[in-house]
Design a protein around this ligand. Sequence first.
Ligand code: GDP
Length: 207
Amino acid sequence: MFEDRPDRDAEVVLVGRSNVGKSTLMRELTGHSFDTGGKPGVTRQPNHYDWTGQDFMFTDLPGFGFMSGVEDERREAIKTDIVRYVEENAEAILAGVVVVDGKSAVDIIDRHAERGNVPHDVEMVSFLRDVGIDPVVAVNKMDKVDDRDERLDAICDRLGFYPPWQQWEGEAIAPICAKRGDIEALNECLRNRFHEAKRDDLLQFVK
Ligand code: GDP
């Protein structure tokens, strides 16, 4: 089980498969680099980033899904911990950001679905909805995507957002390129969430 959660009443969590760029995004959101310990799957604890004297934090939850060298059982344990963490802190969590790789998400989802499994990203989006957290999908690595609109529509379709994706712009679908520091579409979604939650005091954290 995850330990040592800082005592904060407002939180934004990042979830996603390994290697989608969550650490890179976390760095862009906070201006702080996290030592993730190298190997994916090894870091099982969340990375919290909070500000002294402020009642807010970003939390990067461990990556899930395929990780080379990590056993199935351990992968399942990580997912169980993530689900518990979100359930227990759902009241504080103003936004659940599901980070996906724009280049590979649709293929991975379709492959899982063909095998009769519920794909991780689909599961995570519906789980967040179930616990009353409106998911925001950060579609990362858009620099590697040529057919931008088609790709974003396909991601909407798979994750249960009615296409065209532009309907969700600024609300739930955020095409970004974390590596280049281009995360404005996500910041816009978060600003809107904070405003809707009557937490304009938090706008300072998503400039
Ligand atoms: P994590 O496992 O989800 O924390 O992923 P990382 O942040 O460690 O990133 C995984 C890989 O994706 C690294 O090689 C990053 O440089 C790369 N990456 C992250 N963001 C982007 C992006 O926007 N575009 C591209 N092309 N690569 C990215």
